[in-house]
Design a protein around this ligand. Structure first.
Ligand SMILES: [Zn+2]
Length: 396
């Protein structure tokens, strides 16, 4: 059943329609046919034809279930549990790899440690080692990979050959993937994009469905613009963490001084709290209850959160949007403690937060869950290309 008003203004290609269905299923975890048809703006007959194809290709499955509304039993459509994805997540200490499914379940994980001071060569070797391990595992378990997702901190359009955060040669790494897993689609992305994807698709009741800014406060501080997941440019990194507040400030890992990241990253937090970063990572989210914070330290944290707020507000001045999701250590603080961040946004956002109609939401940190973010990104890549070959020509 469809009305003219529900039809899209722009005709969609087959890939876009399939992407709309798959990304909706990725986000919802499963849907009955009538609400799915409505969500992706298709008649039930059109949806039926596409679901037939997706099922034949092994991308979705359907279980007959009594529907929770009038109209009787119908099929509960979800992504096929047997689709295998590989995830690679690079961090400062290690390269985590895993094989998992579209629902986020990991079947196998492994990690290759990195030397204390990684170089282009040692990172390249770690990737080759991880790829060899993965090839052995997939052969042993007779797994055919549908997609590989790779998360790299600091990766950007300007750093395809050099990375200011972790030394690595992206072109060389991409070539190694092509060599070891010929024919398997591989997507490399900035770690903030991978974590944004993880939150968007794996967090129950994620606060935003429309366009918004995702801010990730971890070893690095970065943002990602998020839009309709079926759109080609749904995720774009924004390096708000390298907004410089004082050229005489602390040195940042990007090479500059006084970046907001140098004041508010996990490394900076550990320093303010007077604990080793490794210890802070080991305690995890519990630090907020286990480490006592003196009023002097609390003041310092508030000053730094205010600065982070300024960076977020400035970003919104450059490109306005109505929602900001913040993930990382500030999310663990009490509302009173993190109010400094909100005040920072208010203090520089043109018109202030209320007039600019910006709503803020704090979501839990996702640091230390590697390679979950890369796995979520791999699932997103497969869904957003409609489960079709990467180099496929558009057929409407
Ligand atoms: Zn920096």
């Amino acid at each position: 059943m469809t009305t003219g008003m529900e039809m899209p203004e722009q005709p969609r290609s087959r890939r876009q329609t399939r992407a709309a269905i798959l990304t909706h299923l990725l986000q919802s975890g499963g849907s009955f046919r009538p609400p799915l048809a409505k969500a992706v703006r298709l008649s039930e007959a059109s949806l039926s034809r596409i679901l037939f194809d997706l099922k034949a290709e092994g991308l979705i499955e359907e279980v007959r279930r009594p529907a929770p509304y009038v109209g009787g039993p119908t099929g509960l459509v979800s992504l096929d549990g047997s689709v295998a994805l590989a995830a690679f997540e690079l961090s400062t200490q290690r390269l985590s790899i895993g094989v998992g499914g579209l629902s986020g379940k990991l079947h196998y994980t492994e990690c290759v440690p990195l030397p204390k001071t990684p170089t282009v060569e040692s990172v390249g070797r770690a990737f080759r080692e991880a790829l060899t391990l993965l090839r052995e595992q997939t052969r042993l378990r007779r797994i055919t990979l549908a997609q590989i997702g790779v998360s790299i901190p600091g990766l950007g359009r300007l750093s395809t050959s050099g990375n200011p955060i972790i030394p690595c040669d992206v072109r060389h790494i991409s070539a190694t993937f092509g060599e070891v897993f010929a024919g398997v689609p591989v997507e490399l992305t900035n770690s903030v994009v991978a974590h944004a994807t993880f939150h968007r698709f794996r967090t129950e009741n994620y606060p935003f469905s429309g366009a918004h800014l995702f801010v990730f406060v971890s070893h690095g501080v970065a943002g990602a613009w998020m839009d309709d997941p079926a759109e080609a440019d749904a995720l774009q990194p924004v390096e708000l963490g390298h907004m410089v507040f004082g050229p005489e400030g602390p040195r940042c890992r990007c090479g500059h001084h006084g970046c907001v990241e140098a004041y508010t990253s996990l490394t900076a937090l550990a320093e303010v709290l007077g604990v080793a970063e490794a210890e802070l990572l080991q305690i995890g989210s519990e630090w907020v209850n286990r480490i006592s914070i003196s009023s002097r330290v609390r003041q310092e944290l508030r000053r730094r959160l205010f600065r982070l707020g300024l960076a977020i507000g400035n970003t919104l001045n450059v490109r306005p949007c109505n929602g900001v999701a913040i993930s990382g250590w500030p999310s663990l603080l009490s509302e009173d403690d993190r109010s400094a961040l909100v005040e920072g946004i208010d203090a520089c956002l043109l018109g202030g937060r209320t007039l600019a109609q910006v709503s803020l939401a704090f979501v839990p940190p996702s640091t230390g869950n590697d390679p979950q973010a890369a796995l979520a990104f791999a699932a997103f890549c497969l869904a957003s290309r409609g489960g079709m070959p990467a180099a496929s020509t558009e057929a409407a």
